[in-house]
Design a protein around this ligand. Structure first.
Ligand SMILES: Cc1cc2nc3c(=O)[nH]c(=O)nc-3n(C[C@H](O)[C@H](O)[C@H](O)COP(=O)(O)OP(=O)(O)OC[C@H]3O[C@@H](n4cnc5c(N)ncnc54)[C@H](O)[C@@H]3O)c2cc1C
Length: 417
């Protein structure tokens, strides 16, 4: 490739979406030289990470952003969830998870991805040792004992070679950088789509999130600003095509029929978008000089709103491992952020949390998405058990808040420097 020049960095992050940008900012206090290579500008409508979706941020993600000093800006554009109401269409009764019961102010916060993108990118511009190359796409990767060499195509068609001690793939579930590193991934299609958008409920949603399991698939309503609700409705591929073809009134009627009237009548439904859903799992998390974080390591079904939060725990763990290795180095200039022992510690640390969340979300999809009679019986017992067996609700809430297991410093709200 006719590359025009070569720049050297300690760490290159492939993908400047929600996880790549967060990782670069989390690493910034360590004083390393960093580059983020992002293919699509944040302001482009095609930006796949910072789009119009809303993301429920868990407590461990909140703590991470607090430790990074970004939380005041993020919370200013977010809405707290104080209670989650879980119900099953066609059955009486419901379960709930309550922030007060868990002894916390909020179970999580809802932020629009675009809003999060604005905060992260403005913070990136303030870091001197961090270069954001955008629009720029990674086309090839070569790895030797000392370096990863990254071939980048800039938006103007020119090429550049970057070399680094560690290359982090944060380029999403369909990661090409993961393949360039030689890591395979398993992908299984759920045959479902998430239809997302916003609507206005008649009654105050009042900091309550709703999850409702229906014959067509689970539907979540999240509180966002101005008493609007962001919805995520998981349906089959053919239902998704039909729903997207409906006009606003017919789509509202279809949603109302599934959700019922506990929030009164719905109105003012906005633009809808569909996301095809699949589970993806990388076969390994590291290669010499390379590591995976976020969706490039694990792409989850959004039924439990955990994909980004799980990725933020990857971010926190990788930062911990790098910071510890830097502290242990006798002479900082010889510190190697791509050291094999450091990467192996990260991979071991993340294995359990990732496998558990993949299992929980995949199990929920099968349990709550199935129309079969045994699954219906099981899910009723499951929901009943969830509400009456002492301790189960607390354990579930802890997992969903991202506070179970051994947590890295950032996930506990402790700055790494
Ligand atoms: C409908 C829906 C709702 C969701 N809701 C929640 C929720 O409430 N809570 C939650 O925790 N999670 C949620 N998720 C999951 C969450 O959105 C993802 O886990 C998160 O976006 C992953 O971020 P990422 O940065 O790893 O990947 P991505 O968001 O896919 O970003 C990857 C970035 O890499 C860039 N890129 C790709 N290839 C290259 C290349 N070769 N060179 C340079 N750049 C490249 C892309 O342009 C992109 O910006 C939801 C997902 C869906 C689909």
């Amino acid at each position: 490739m006719g590359d025009k020049a070569e720049r050297h960095y300690d760490i290159v992050v492939a993908g400047g979406g929600m996880i790549g940008s967060s990782l670069a900012l989390a690493l910034a206090p360590l004083g390393l030289t960093l580059a983020v290579v992002e293919a699509v500008a944040r302001t482009e409508s095609a930006q796949p990470s910072f789009d119009d979706r809303s993301t429920a941020l868990s407590r461990s993600t909140q703590k991470t952003f607090e430790a990074m000093g970004l939380w005041p800006d993020i919370v200013a554009g977010s809405t707290p969830i104080r209670r989650i109401h879980v119900s099953d269409r066609g059955r009486f009764g419901f379960s709930h998870v309550d922030a007060a019961e868990q002894g916390v102010e909020a179970l999580g916060y809802v932020v629009v991805n675009r809003v999060l993108g604005t905060v992260l990118q403005s913070a990136i511009h303030d870091v001197r040792e961090l270069d954001l190359l955008c629009p720029a796409t990674i086309r090839d990767v070569e790895i030797d004992d000392e370096h990863a060499n990254v071939h980048v195509e800039h938006g103007d068609g020119s090429f550049e070679r970057l070399s680094c001690r560690l290359l982090v793939a944060a380029d999403g579930a369909a990661s090409t950088v993961r393949s360039m590193m030689g890591i395979s991934a398993q992908r299984s299609d759920y045959g479902q789509c998430a239809i997302v958008g916003n609507l206005m409920p008649e009654r105050r949603i009042d900091h309550q999130a709703y999850e409702r399991f229906t014959e067509r698939g689970p539907m979540a309503l999240l509180p966002v600003t101005d008493n609007r609700a962001a919805f995520v409705w998981i349906v089959s591929g053919s239902d998704a095509r039909n729903l997207l073809a409906l006009d606003d009134a017919a789509c509202v009627a279809a949603m109302q029929e599934e959700f019922g009237f506990r929030l009164g009548r719905f109105s003012k439904i906005g633009k809808r978008a569909a996301y095809p859903l699949a589970l993806s799992k990388a076969s390994r998390l590291t290669v010499p000089r390379g590591v995976l974080v976020g969706n490039s390591a694990h792409g989850l079904h959004p039924v439990a709103a955990q994909g980004f939060n799980l990725g933020m725990r990857d971010v926190a763990a990788l930062c911990d491992c790098i910071a510890d290795a830097a502290d242990a180095a006798d002479d900082p200039p010889v510190f190697d952020p791509g050291d094999a022992a450091l990467l192996s510690r990260y991979a071991q640390w993340r294995r359990v949390d990732q496998a558990r969340l993949v299992g929980i979300t995949d199990g929920l999809v099968r349990l709550f998405g199935s129309r079969s009679a045994p699954a219906r019986i099981l899910r009723n017992v499951g929901m009943l058990g969830f509400d009456i067996v002492p301790g189960v609700r607390t354990l579930f809430a802890k997992q969903m808040m991202g506070l179970s297991g051994r947590l890295p410093r950032l996930s506990r709200g402790v700055p790494i420097r």
